[in-house]
Design a binder for this molecule. Structure first.
Ligand SMILES: [Zn+2]
Length: 304
């Protein structure tokens, strides 16, 4: 009995009791069923001293199934099917869990509160979450799990879409800070050192890494693209150990950047990845052609 469920957090109401009250209204007083339901709910609301919207949208799981990316209103009761992409460290004891949910439309922050006493969600697991409430803060939406939220683990895995973009064009330049770099070794810092200094932690013993900050021109605008170590190694064929050796032999780390420049600049690429600020973080990189060569193109054009 749905009504009893709705009130289970607030009152000691049994399904039998609800049924009895409904039954008596309908058969003894000839009240239409819908009205009888409303009347019973209202009387329980009075008894519990709560407002209707505190009950949630008609019981767990009775709402519209919503894609995360379609959430654009505050305080809506919705059902979502999503995967727990990341769990973060809660910053307050009032918060039981906080992290990122993802579905095919994108990602969204979620919070569950200690007082709701919900079962813990596991990272990487997909769930049907019934009766979650949307929340808006400075234009950013999130969902809040609450005492009425139903949690059911799904057998299937939800594919998480990212808000990634694809850039296709000529790699026309590499910015400084490309090639063999050193990062701050302090926990969670990873800032790139300038002359052995971290802007936050001062002089530190850096850790070597490879990175490319590339400028890709798609013909209408330029995009700044970052290749991480993995992408840099794959596209240049120069691995970290080799790069360190090159720098050691030359007593100069910039030799690595110069070498990589020759491998990359002038080639066409298709790069896909999430955006972070003004950068596209390359998750997939495909080299599309040999170096752009005006003469070659001209010959081709004439032959067509
Ligand atoms: Zn640092």
């Amino acid at each position: 009995m749905e009504i009893a469920e709705q009130f289970s957090d607030h009152l000691d109401v049994s399904a039998d009791e609800v049924e009895e009250r409904l039954e008596s209204l309908v058969s003894e007083y000839r009240v239409p069923v819908d009205e009888a339901r409303r009347s019973v709910v209202n009387s329980y609301l009075d008894e519990a001293g709560i407002e209707r919207d505190e009950l949630g949208g008609g019981g767990a799981g009775g709402n519209e199934q919503t894609l995360l990316n379609d959430i654009d209103e505050d305080e809506q009761w919705v059902d979502v099917r999503a995967k727990v992409v990341e769990l973060w460290e809660p910053r307050s004891e009032a918060i039981a869990q906080v992290g990122l949910l993802g579905d095919e439309s994108g990602r969204m922050k979620f919070v569950s509160f200690t007082t709701s006493e919900l079962p813990e969600l596991e990272e990487g697991v997909s769930y049907a979450l019934g009766n979650v409430v949307t929340d808006e803060y400075q234009g950013n939406f999130s969902v809040k799990l609450n005492r009425t939220t139903s949690i059911a683990e799904l057998d299937e895995e939800i594919e998480v879409g990212d808000d990634s973009t694809t850039v296709e064009g000529a790699l026309v330049d590499m910015q400084s800070g490309s090639g063999l770099i050193k990062r701050c070794p302090k926990e969670d810092c990873t800032r790139v050192l300038q002359n052995g200094r971290c802007s936050e932690h001062g002089n530190v013993e850096g850790e070597f890494d490879l990175r490319i900050k590339a400028v890709v021109d798609d013909g209408t605008e330029v995009h700044e693209v970052i290749f991480n170590r993995e992408m840099t190694e794959a596209q240049t064929g120069i691995e970290l150990d080799e790069a360190k050796q090159m720098a050691m032999d030359a007593l100069d780390t910039t030799i690595v950047e110069e070498e990589m420049r020759g491998d990359l600049v002038g080639f066409y690429y298709r790069v896909t990845g999430p955006t972070l600020g003004r950068y596209v973080l390359a998750n997939e990189v495909e080299r599309l052609s040999e170096p752009a060569d005006a003469e070659e193109l001209l010959i081709k054009a004439r032959s067509m």
